[in-house]
Design a protein around this ligand. Structure first.
Ligand SMILES: [Zn+2]
Length: 177
C-alpha cells in the first residue's frame, strides 16, 4: 500500500534527481527545502553540509527535519539541520506575537500570548527576549507608554519585524551555540 504522507520520506529513485544533484553540489539554495539521512552513519543533513558526500544508495530524503528525526536519524553536528528549523519556528512565533502586541488594544497577559503562540509562558518569554532583547510586556509598553517610560521608548527605533530576520538569526545563533 502506498502511503501519501506529507513531511515524510521522499522517493528519489535516480541519481539524476535534482535533490541528489543539490547534495552533490552542496547547494545552499536547497537548505531547509529538504533534508537527507545517511543510513550508514544514522545522521541527517542539510543539502549544503560540508560532510563527505555519501553514496547515493545510502541516502534517504525528507521534506522536513521532523520527518528525518521520526525516521531515527540524528541531526548532523556540522550543519545542524534541526537548529535551523528550530530557529525558524521560534522566529515565526516571535513575529506573530510582535504583530499581536502591535495591534492589541490592551496588553495581553504572558499566558494569553503563550496560548496564542502554542507554547509555555516560560518558553515564550525566553525566545521573545532572545530575539528582541525585550520581554513581551516591555516590547508592548515601549510603544504604548513611551512618554511614561522614556527609557523604554524604543518602539520607533525597533525595525519592522520582517527586517529583523537576519539580526534574529545572528542573535539566536549566539544564543543557541
Ligand atoms: Zn551535516
Amino acid at each position: 500500500m502506498n502511503q501519501v504522507n506529507t513531511g515524510a520520506q521522499v522517493d528519489v529513485v535516480s541519481e539524476s534527481d535534482y535533490r541528489w544533484n543539490a547534495i552533490v553540489r552542496k547547494d545552499p539554495a536547497f537548505d531547509d527545502k529538504f533534508f537527507y539521512g545517511v543510513k550508514t552513519t544514522g545522521v541527517f543533513c542539510r543539502p549544503s553540509c560540508a560532510a563527505r558526500l555519501p553514496k547515493f544508495e545510502h541516502v534517504s530524503f525528507y521534506v522536513t527535519c521532523e520527518a528525518a528525526l521520526r525516521s531515527g536519524f540524528r541531526p548532523c553536528k556540522r550543519c545542524r539541520p534541526d537548529e535551523t528549523a528550530l530557529r525558524e519556528r521560534q522566529l515565526l512565533k516571535v513575529q506573530q506575537i510582535c504583530e499581536l502586541l502591535d495591534q492589541a488594544e490592551t496588553i495581553p497577559s504572558l499566558l494569553e500570548l503563550a496560548v496564542h503562540a502554542g507554547c509555555s509562558p516560560h518558553h515564550l518569554h525566553r525566545i521573545f527576549k532572545c530575539f528582541t532583547g525585550l520581554t513581551p510586556r516591555a516590547y508592548a509598553e515601549s510603544g504604548r507608554n513611551s512618554w511614561f517610560f522614556p527609557r523604554m521608548s524604543r518602539r520607533r527605533s525597533i525595525k519592522p519585524v520582517t527586517r529583523l530576520a537576519d539580526d534574529f538569526t545572528i542573535e539566536a545563533t549566539r544564543f543557541l551555540a
